[in-house]
Design a protein around this ligand. Structure first.
Ligand code: HEM
Length: 507
């Protein structure tokens, strides 16, 4: 009995000690947070919702209502100026719309990608996703080595060779639209163009035949689930610990696993073909294999690294382009005058020809303007962020080191300051003779970490749009919303539902 009392006493003391330690740690953290606030509070910004959570309750509230946090960033930029501050725990983000600072930071390799966001994309709920692939690699040398090896797969010569696939896959979409026109059925344009862009990237990057307009496949859903998971994982650190989210978190893990196991099978097949001396295409898959070590020294990490890039290209090479196409169709549906002008250009350049050539694409100048204007109002990848590791001054405001800087082309693209009457869809803003936007329009980011797939994406988008304009009249079903949905990337909430009819050609 005495021993029991002694043990109970010891346990009580240990508990008191633990409570004291926790209290001291909590007090220490509060003091540290206070220090952070004192260090950065001279930077203008909206009032914090809470001492600990900073501004995140406002943003989480918007997300819960399926709203768009980017509209809040825009509102704050208009209210607090070219540089404003946001807090979350001890993290400080500085949102920048100042063109000079955008140029200075994004154009220089000196500022690494922000560790909070990009490290969180390494693993998604404990399952590796983008790892150290091209988008998420933060170490400059590691990134540069990959980018150099990948570059040939995106050279203009190589891309020209992809025109056949762009044409062929876009033609499958035309066949599908033809069926829908004949049967008077509605077309969910987002879903359809999503099938095309996924078909294209699977084929030209990895030699995979999906043919999604005919076959069902788990990949579109898996990509969507990963993207949704990314938003929650990055913006809400407590998300995975909420038991109500357990099913979804497991779905995200399964989706990540599906993409990576598919990648592993394809890489294995290609490696065997290479070892057997078979002729293999110089596509993205071959380049991915080259970024890893040679066979003799291949470690488990090298294998994972190849899968990081497989997933990176599978997701980055598809979703953003599909969403751009869907937004573009939506805006053309809302602007019959612009639609007519784009159709006329397609008729003049391409006429009744089925196979679109690279030279034709160069002549579709108005269509390029339409696609650029689409990405101004609807940048499907809305922004990027960098770490600031040395003190600097932005627009006259002293920024002590230790913050991350967020750049949002969604915000700058919709600011009156940079684009007169910003919500007006006006492709003439990108007329070849119009002044170029000065570091306030960057849907493909800027500088060394800008999009590797820019030309790929815009060639593909032009082929799809040109064929669509050449063959069909389309009308938006009335009553649908023109809202934007935030799944990390941005997409049209409605899906862009249209009726399609075969075009009647005037003689
Ligand atoms: C409309 C279509 C597209 C848009 C709007 C877009 C936008 C972007 C943006 C904003 C970034 C920078 C991301 C960041 O800073 O975190 C990026 C990076 C990247 N994109 Fe795209 N992208 C598109 C299509 C593509 C396609 C089709 C591919 C590949 C086939 C691709 C491959 C990449 C890669 C590999 C990077 C990382 C580049 C690096 O850091 O070296 N993208 N893209």
């Amino acid at each position: 009995m005495a021993v029991f009392h002694l043990l109970l006493g010891l346990l009580g003391k240990a508990l008191i000690l633990l409570c004291c330690l926790l209290f001291v740690a909590f007090l220490g953290y509060c003091l540290y947070l206070r220090h952070i606030h004192m260090k950065y509070d001279h930077i203008p910004g909206p009032p914090r919702n809470s001492f600990f959570l900073g501004h995140s309750p406002t943003l989480l509230r918007i997300m819960k209502k399926d709203g768009l946090v980017h509209d809040k960033f825009l509102e704050w930029s208009e209210t607090y100026g070219h540089v404003y501050r946001l807090n979350f725990l001890h993290y400080v983000t500085v949102c920048v719309t100042c063109p000079e600072a955008t140029k200075e930071i994004l154009m220089s390799p000196k500022y690494p990608k922000d560790k909070f966001v990009y490290k969180r994309l390494f693993y998604l709920f404990g399952q590796r996703l983008f790892g150290n692939g091209l988008i998420t690699a933060r170490d400059h040398d590691m990134w540069y080595k990959q980018r150099r090896i990948m570059d040939p797969a995106f050279s203009s010569l190589y891309l020209r060779g992809l025109m056949g696939t762009f044409n062929e896959r876009a033609e499958k979409l035309m066949n599908k639209l033809s069926e829908l026109a004949d049967s008077n059925k509605e077309a969910n344009m987002l879903q359809l163009v999503n099938c095309v862009t996924l078909d294209v990237i699977a084929k030209v990057a990895f030699g995979m035949e999906l043919d999604l307009l005919k076959n069902t496949s788990p990949f579109p859903k898996a990509i969507e689930t990963c993207l949704k998971g990314m938003v929650h994982y990055v913006r809400d650190v407590m998300f995975e610990y909420n038991p109500r989210n357990r099913t979804f978190v497991n779905e995200v893990r399964d989706a990540c696993r599906l993409l990576r196991t598919t990648g592993a099978q394809l890489i294995q097949k290609r490696k065997i073909a290479m070892q057997n001396g078979e002729e293999v295409p110089k596509d993205i898959l071959t380049q991915i294999i080259k970024t890893a070590a040679t066979e003799e020294t291949m470690t488990e990490e090298d294998e994972e690294f190849m899968l990081d890039n497989f997933v990176t290209f599978f997701i980055a090479g598809q979703e953003t382009t599909a969403n751009q196409l869907a937004f573009c169709i939506m805006e053309l549906g809302r602007h019959p005058d612009i639609l007519e002008k784009a159709k006329k250009e397609v008729d003049d350049v391409i006429g009744m020809k089925q196979e679109i050539s690279n030279d034709d694409l160069g002549k579709l100048i108005y269509l390029s303007q339409v696609l650029k204007e689409t990405l101004r109002i609807y940048p499907t990848a809305p922004g990027t962020s960098r770490d600031i590791e040395e003190d600097m001054t932005i627009d006259g405001v002293h920024i002590p080191a230790g913050v991350n800087c967020m750049f949002s082309t969604y915000t700058t693209g919709r600011m009156e300051k940079f684009f007169k009457d910003p919500m007006k869809f006006d492709p003439d803003r990108f007329h070849p003779d119009a002044p170029k936007p000065y570091y306030c329009y960057y849907p493909f980011a800027l500088g060394p970490r800008s999009c590797l797939g820019l030309n790929f994406a815009q060639m593909e988008a032009k082929v799809v749009m040109a064929k669509l304009l050449q063959r069909f009249d389309f009308n938006l079903i009335p009553g649908q919303t023109f809202d934007v949905q935030d799944t990390g990337t941005l997409r049209p909430k409605s899906g862009v539902i249209c009726t399609v009819k075969h075009r009647k050609y005037k003689n």
